[in-house]
Design a protein. Structure first.
Length: 294
């Protein structure tokens, strides 16, 4: 079945507002929603919903709800996407991304690495996380900030995707890192990426659907947990996540729309974690929290 892209064009601020509304409607991650710049000179942006053709009516109805009442004049346009490996195609030729000390690049851009860069090579593949999305870039920036300020002894990358965050942590500090994902394809891709980046022997990869998996008990507790997922599951897992965090430990959370940040903070404040820092990237936020030392 073909995939369909439903989208509108508007200014940057309006597209960000519509993206936040869609994020609230699709908080379970039922559909993929994105925003991107189309024409910088004329402030033309796009907000889009991606869905399978059989689910198009439901996605369109939700999109129309997000446009009500302020943006009902915007026309929802439609594009049927051919059966293509869109992950690989969309990432082909993307420019390297800098976040803190890190430079995430494809193999075709190895010559762009400068002295002092902590280079991470990630090519287009089947797993999420190349540094180009605001959540991944935000996590990298926060990870750099945390690792500059303290020595980490044992880290967890929850929802590792391409493995870029686990690789980044290992490249800065030679520490044990457990990288988990619910998708076995992502786990395999992340392991291969770690090997290509020369840190394969320093990371452990597990396909783990939840904190009941034995990997967390065997390898924890952790003094740094990075979780780049989505707001609703982050809130739901807060008690389990904090149980695997040592006193004085740090948590980096992302996959959170700006409009969802207060709910996520409330969930973790309820677990006695203190907010330390928040950064915004393209409508998404990345949050650093810390557990008090006993």
């Amino acid at each position: 079945m073909s995939e369909v892209r439903l989208y509108i064009n508007a200014g940057e601020n309006d597209c960000a507002i519509i993206l936040d509304r869609l994020g609230a409607i699709f908080e379970d991650g039922e559909y993929a929603v994105t925003t991107m710049e189309i024409d910088e000179a004329n402030d033309v942006w796009e907000t889009a919903v991606y869905t399978m053709m059989g689910d198009e009516d439901g996605a369109r109805t939700a999109f129309e709800q997000a446009l009500t009442p302020d943006y009902e004049h915007l026309e929802i346009q439609r594009e049927v996407l051919p059966d293509t490996d869109w992950v690989a195609k969309s990432l082909d030729g993307l420019q390297p991304v800098r976040a803190g000390r890190f430079l995430v690049h494809g193999s075709h851009d190895r010559n762009r690495v400068m002295p002092g860069d902590v280079a991470i090579e990630i090519d287009a593949g089947q797993a999420f996380g190349t540094g180009h999305h605001g959540t991944t870039a935000g996590c990298l920036e926060m990870l750099d900030w945390v690792l500059r300020s303290r020595k980490v002894k044992n880290a967890l990358d929850l929802g590792t995707g391409s493995g870029v965050l686990a690789i980044a942590a290992r490249k800065i500090q030679p520490i044990p890192v457990l990288a988990t994902d619910i998708d076995p394809i992502a786990t395999r891709v992340a392991q291969e990426n770690a090997r290509k980046n020369g840190v394969g022997a320093g990371l452990r990869f597990e396909t783990a659907p939840g904190f009941h998996h034995g990997a967390f008990r065997r390898n924890g507790p952790f003094d740094l947990i990075i979780a780049n997922i989505l707001a609703k599951p982050l809130m739901k897992m807060a008690p389990d996540l904090v149980r695997h965090l040592v006193p004085g430990g740090t948590v980096i959370l992302s996959g959170i729309l700006a409009s969802q940040r207060l709910k996520v903070l409330a969930a973790y404040n309820g677990q006695k974690l203190a907010h330390r820092r928040t950064i915004w990237r393209n409508g998404w936020v990345t949050i650093v929290l810390e557990r008090g030392a006993k």
